[in-house]
Design a protein around this ligand. Sequence first.
Ligand code: PLP
Length: 287
Amino acid sequence: MSRIVYVNGEYLPEEEAKISIFDRGFLMADGVYEVTSVLDGKLVDFEGHIARLARSLRELEMASPATTEELLEIHRELVRRNRIDEGMVYLQITRGNPGDRDFVYPDPHNVPSTIVLFTQSKPGLADSPLAKTGMKVITIPDIRWGRRDIKTIQLLYPSMGKMMARHKGADDAWMVEDGAVTEGTSNNAYIVVGQTIITRELSSDILHGITRAAVLRFAAEAQMEVVERPFTVEEAKAADEAFVTSATTFVMPVVEIDGTQIGDGAPGPVSTRLREIYIEESRIDAI
Ligand code: PLP
């Protein structure tokens, strides 16, 4: 069934949505994005995603084509029109169409940014079978650029990483730099040692996950100990538990790293409890 998508002020059937071949998103990956999950037809962590979007735009000197209120309205309208109960809303803003190809940024007063939103229905997001078995990851070198804190649409290396994982019979890849894990291809990475949750601290080395922020807040509220520091692959392999977080996977246990079983090879109690808390609280707070 055809979706209704949003492009530059218009709601259109997906077949009718069009973007110029000169759009800088298409030619140069000059754009940013956000993914907001939908539970019970409502938006999870919407404010966090919009705050990060504003930061990404600011860092790239890009204009926002809509206010927070307008973005909320568009998100809700797409969820309504496409009858999304569980799934996600994808939002992308690019530096628009200057009418030609040039490395120099066009003047934002003359070239409006391009904004596109669409939904993806994902029934069973909360009740994911993978969360019950846990996922397998491989490790790969982190050869991405140095501003991983900006959520840009340059996703070729993460995409290659997922394919490398698939070719090795794994579900995802963790990226490693100077011996320490940075993050997953599309998620933040954690280990649990004893009762302590360890995850890399925020910097330009990783994306500042919105789910990460919520999960660390819930962990603190549940009196769990959290330490924000880099951890090595060896530490991760010897850990009691491992997991990742992202808007579309919530908290997802990791049970194998490069073929080494983590803990007893099943999702551990800390990861399982954090997933329950995150989904429970997200249902309550969703708007
Ligand atoms: N790290 C990377 C590289 C990502 O691409 C993502 C999400 O796409 C995340 C972390 C998790 O961020 P969030 O929890 O905001 O979805």
